[in-house]
Design a protein around this ligand. Structure first.
Ligand code: AMP
Length: 216
């Protein structure tokens, strides 16, 4: 399966993508994670991207597209992938189409996770991430049993610089202006699927599996 997850920051794309990856053995490609790795290790990509990321703005398309071109060249992509956080602009979506057509591949679905802005602010401002393994917690509804350490690897939990409220609001306005147009872009191509919000009985993963006919 080749899937794009579309949705505002904090919609749950990363968590859902991780669940699909571990259950369906599909590569999870998060441009945010790749960029944060580049920032941490001080690569030229990272040095160019940091200032944009810290203020919640989008990293310029040419950097993202070059990074993704490199990523699609890796072996684990051949069995399928979930794109989480890419594309985020119409030029990125157009570049994705040409990269995939060079590889003779196409997308199976673009899945939209819809969420309102105030829920995003509440959710993201309480998000904590493990510095070592990247596990995601939330002070409100998924706290770590070990307080400020990771349950899985005992790493330190921290708040991302871009998860402070003023930056979150900026990221949301960037989403509405630059990423939301992708909804009609993909609707016109007939590949957009809207994932119903999580309810008491059905998780996002279960709804997605059912919607796309993935064998659970
Ligand atoms: P995320 O973890 O997906 O919320 O991404 C964190 C930050 O990385 C974003 O606020 C952007 O600054 C940058 N970023 C991630 N993916 C992209 C992308 N496809 N295009 C431009 N900037 C991106």
């Amino acid at each position: 399966m080749r899937i794009v997850l579309l949705g505002a920051p904090g919609a749950g794309k990363g968590t859902l993508a991780e669940q699909i990856r571990s259950k369906h053995a599909t590569a999870h490609i998060s441009t945010g994670d790749i960029l944060r790795d580049n920032v941490r290790t001080g690569t030229p990509f990272g040095m160019q991207a940091k200032e944009y990321m810290d203020s919640g703005r989008l990293v310029p398309d040419h950097i993202i597209v070059a990074m993704m071109r490199e990523r699609f060249g890796e072996k684990d992509c051949t069995a399928g992938f979930i794109l989480d956080g890419f594309p985020r602009t119409v030029p990125q979506a157009t570049a994705l189409e040409s990269m995939l057509s060079e590889l003779k591949l196409s997308l199976d679905a673009v899945v939209l996770l819809d969420i309102d802005d105030e829920t995003v602010v509440r959710r993201l401002s309480r998000r904590r991430v493990c510095r070592s393994c990247g596990a995601i917690y939330n002070l409100a509804f998924k706290p770590s049993a070990k307080g400020d350490r990771c349950e899985l690897c005992d790493g330190e939990l921290y708040q991302r610089d871009d998860d402070h409220e003023s930056v979150i609001r900026n990221r949301l306005s960037v989403y509405h202006q630059q990423t939301k147009p992708l909804v009609s872009f993909y609707e016109e191509k007939g590949v957009l699927r809207r994932l119903p919000p999580e309810d008491g009985g059905t998780t996002l993963l279960e709804s997605l599996e059912k919607m796309l006919g993935m064998v659970p």
